[in-house]
Ligand binder design. Structure first.
Ligand code: PRP
Ligand code: URA
Length: 207
């Protein structure tokens, strides 16, 4: 799985429209983002490797499949936390790492302030979670970091992207598929996605 994936689903469209609405309160925003996240993570999970497994049911034997890679979720703080609960609904067994990075208000470059999580990501399926892919600086940076930790099977799960962010990701990490609910036309002079939904972290945390 590579490239850009935009799920064509009425529930995804509904949730995104509600999140965009300036009248949506932080508590509503949290609930909506939590309910959107599983749809995006489900889409990003396509193509995960599986192995055949036979199990004994109460009524017989069934041939099935099990995922072979351990799943690690990497929300980019702060706003990526908004996708975490929903992602854990899809992968309750996942391990969770964190990359704390904020975008400098003048240079728009990511500034890292925290990193924790499993040290060795070599045999893992890594899902980087960040609702906004604007210039792409934060996502490119975070994926550089998980690659330094050995990750090779990486997916980026976002809610909204701008063409600049998608291009930056394709250039820096062509191997990493991106799942996003929509790609908006442009960025404004403060590098916010337009029409977008505003500052995802501020809307989620009510700051
Ligand atoms: C936001 C968002 C992304 C980043 C996207 O984080 O959550 O991490 O901006 O912008 P980029 O693609 O241009 O890097 P922000 O810096 O506002 O920090 P926050 O999540 O703590 O609010
Ligand atoms: N970060 C956000 O939270 N929103 C944007 O539109 C761009 C970056």
């Amino acid at each position: 799985m590579t490239g850009l994936h935009i799920p064509d689903h009425p529930v995804v469209a509904d949730r995104l429209t509600r999140m965009r609405d300036v009248k949506t309160t932080p508590s509503e925003f949290r609930v909506i983002l939590k309910s959107l996240a599983p749809f995006l993570v489900y889409e990003a999970a396509r193509g995960l490797p599986t192995e055949l497994k036979e199990v004994v049911t109460p009524c017989g034997r069934a041939k099935g499949k099990l995922l072979t890679q351990r799943v690690v979720l990497f929300p980019i703080l702060r706003a990526g936390l908004g996708l975490l609960d929903g992602a854990l609904q899809v992968f309750p067994e996942a391990r969770v790492g964190f990359i704390g990075a904020y975008r400098d208000e003048t240079t728009f470059q990511p500034v890292e302030y925290h990193r924790s999580g499993p040290k060795d990501l070599r045999d893992c399926a890594v899902f980087v979670l960040d609702p906004m892919l604007a210039t792409g600086g934060s996502a490119v940076f975070a994926i550089n970091k998980v690659k330094e930790m050995g990750a090779v099977a990486i997916r980026l799960v976002s809610v909204l992207a701008a063409p600049m962010g998608v291009d930056a990701m394709h250039k820096a990490h062509p191997d990493v598929p991106i799942v996003v609910a929509a790609v908006d036309p442009e960025l404004n002079e403060k590098m916010y996605i337009v029409p977008g939904l505003g500052d995802a972290g501020d809307r989620f945390f009510g700051t």
